[in-house]
Design a protein around this ligand. Structure first.
Ligand code: ATP
Ligand code: MG
Ligand code: MG
Length: 554
């Protein structure tokens, strides 16, 4: 477990520090587009970029890549800031927006035109696609490719002034229509979009394309290592071309494998579809792999950071087992979550020899992993609730819990022996189990040394607090929901059991004041947190973060 996973980017940085490239500086950035909520894949990028800056005494910028006004919104900007901060990273003063560079980016475009390296193309978008060619077929020059510098400057000025409609013309870099790399076949660098931008309003009706804006934003901010996911590998020659042609400061782009997680989708398009079509309740549905969903599910930022450390940074795509993420949250909550007792599917237990009016308090340990968390007192009386599962009228082999005539230990309490059951006369369902308790076994051990195999949890029926419990499970039944037959979609693999709502649960009275977001271990059941949206003091709602053990193990 203590082996440091490989991170080839660290090797590159250490080489660069040794050779004095960039004057010994390390300056990274995390550049989200504000068109959706951050997910666990983004967390990998955040931990990597901010983590490298921390480790090498450098800087990391938070930069909004907001060059596409049609899809972006301040709602997303705010959620992204909240999520990065929650994950534990501080961008300090270093908050940037690509839209702040629109004037300078426009100047750079004009400079390329003046150098004869960019031209206004009046082909339609469809024609541009056709002229581009394919992987096996070279592209064709546009008939507008050889417009004069003066004509291009004039047309670009008129594009900016709003004289043309969307799609009527674009500004393209003049590179090589026969390049084997399609990205170099005169890529579009500016297009007309008559949409208001969430920060610049109606100032612009032309907007720069990602490839143009990104490298120049990196350059203007003095980034040293511009880290992005593998699908941008083929864009690197273009990244380099713009910076070289403009003769500006030149960061290096480094690509790494994006995070793919089993039983999960991590594409913003698919996550958006889940939300829009109502398969989940929103971006922060506790089944979503978004940071807001994981937070509401009960994940801690520490567990997510540990997970990102453990998966390492590689150059080859792979599918990470979601069980590793679940392992990380269990390990973290095992150390910090107070233990409590809650009964999810209640069955009444009556202790027939326990005095009717008596109530006593039993001492319970808050966390056996951490004695400093102390102890608490849990009320106990003649009527209790136990888990329906913990009683069988006709027990199978190796069932060590309660059954007629058998004895079990009540956690922190007494040994009890089942002497009778009460059934509903109509349905035949068991409505109560009657037991005798042994007063000599208080605290859970017997002076005569007799042993019981099973220990079960319980709550006092007279003191328990009602609660709703939401049992969350993996959202997909398929290990890789992205990899499906042509006739199917990822939606065909939604797990119908991914949410089970239990409305008649009882929790111990110490949870009466439980605060939204607070995390607990319900003994024997798993880790749960108070739902931050729907829980109220008189109507507690708990979300299951993760069961105690991996029930999906193959
Ligand atoms: P999506 O493909 O889901 O739309 P994106 O890359 O378009 O994601 P951005 O907002 O542009 O989303 O991402 C911001 C940063 O996070 C980028 O540098 C991107 O490379 C990185 N990133 C996005 N998804 C992942 C992932 N699954 N694993 C690692 N890094 C990721
Ligand atoms: Mg992106
Ligand atoms: Mg994208």
């Amino acid at each position: 477990e203590s082996v440091t996973p490989p991170n080839f980017i660290k090797d590159i940085i250490e080489e660069d520090l040794k050779s004095g490239k960039y004057g010994g500086r390390v300056h990274t950035r995390f550049p989200p587009e504000p068109n959706g909520y951050l997910h666990i894949g983004h967390a990998k990028s955040i931990c990597l970029n901010f983590g490298l800056a921390q480790e090498y005494g450098g800087l990391c910028n938070l930069r909004f890549d907001d060059t596409n006004p049609a899809k972006e919104d301040v709602e997303y900007v705010e959620s992204i800031k909240a999520d990065v901060a929650w994950l534990g990273f501080d961008w300090g003063e270093r908050l940037f927006y690509a839209s702040d560079y629109f004037d300078r980016l426009h100047q750079y475009a004009v400079e390329l035109i003046k150098k004869g390296k960019a031209y206004v193309d009046s082909l339609s978008p469809e024609e541009i696609r056709q002229y581009r060619g394919t992987l096996t077929e070279p592209g064709k020059d546009s008939p507008y490719r050889n417009r004069s510098v003066e004509e291009n400057l004039d047309l670009f000025q008129r594009m900016r002034a709003g004289e043309f409609d969307e799609g009527q013309c674009v500004l393209r870099a003049k590179i090589d229509m026969a390049s084997p790399n399609l990205n170099l076949r005169d890529p579009v660098i500016y297009r007309i979009k008559k949409a208001a931008h969430h920060r610049t309003g109606d100032k612009w009706c032309i907007y720069p394309m990602y490839d143009f804006a990104h490298c120049l934003s990196d350059s203007m901010e003095g980034i040293t290592h511009s880290i992005c996911t593998l699908e941008f590998e083929d864009h690197r020659p273009l990244y380099d071309w713009f910076l070289d042609e403009l003769g500006v400061y030149h960061p290096q782009q480094i690509e790494f494998a994006r995070l793919n997680l089993s039983y999960t989708v991590l594409s913003k398009r698919k996550l958006n579809q889940l939300v829009q079509e109502g398969h989940v309740s929103g971006w922060d549905d506790p089944r979503m792999p978004t940071l807001s969903g994981l937070r509401r599910r009960g994940y801690t930022p520490e567990a997510i950071r540990t997970f990102c450390d453990k998966i390492g940074v590689a150059k080859r795509d792979s599918l990470v087992d979601v069980a590793l993420l679940e392992h990380c949250i269990r390990e973290d909550l095992n150390k910090r979550a107070p233990r409590v007792m809650g009964v999810l599917r209640p069955l009444k237990m009556v202790l027939v020899n326990y005095p009717e009016d008596q109530v006593e308090e039993l001492e319970a340990v808050n966390n056996p992993e951490d004695p400093s968390m102390g102890k608490r007192r849990v009320p106990f009386c003649r009527e209790l609730y136990i888990e329906r599962d913990d009683f069988r009228e006709d027990p199978p082999k190796k069932y060590f819990r309660l059954a007629p005539g058998r004895e079990v230990r009540l956690r922190y309490g007494y040994y009890v022996r089942c002497v009778d059951v009460v059934k509903d006369p109509d349905s035949g369902e068991i409505t109560e189990v009657h037991c005798t308790y042994d007063p000599a076994t208080r605290g859970g051990w017997s002076p005569d040394g007799r042993k019981v195999k099973g220990t079960i949890h319980w709550v006092s029926a007279r003191h328990a607090v009602p609660a709703q419990v939401r049992l969350y499970d993996r959202l997909f039944t398929r290990e890789d929901p992205n990899d499906v037959e042509e006739s199917q979609t990822f939606l065909d693999f939604i797990n119908p059991q991914s949410l089970v709502v239990l409305n008649e649960c009882w929790v111990e009275p110490s949870l009466k004041e439980a605060q939204p977001g607070a995390r607990y271990q319900f003994e024997r059941l798993g880790y749960f947190c108070v739902d931050s949206r729907d829980s109220a003091p008189d109507r507690l709602v708990f979300n299951r973060t993760v069961p105690l053990r991996d029930t999906w193990a193959k």
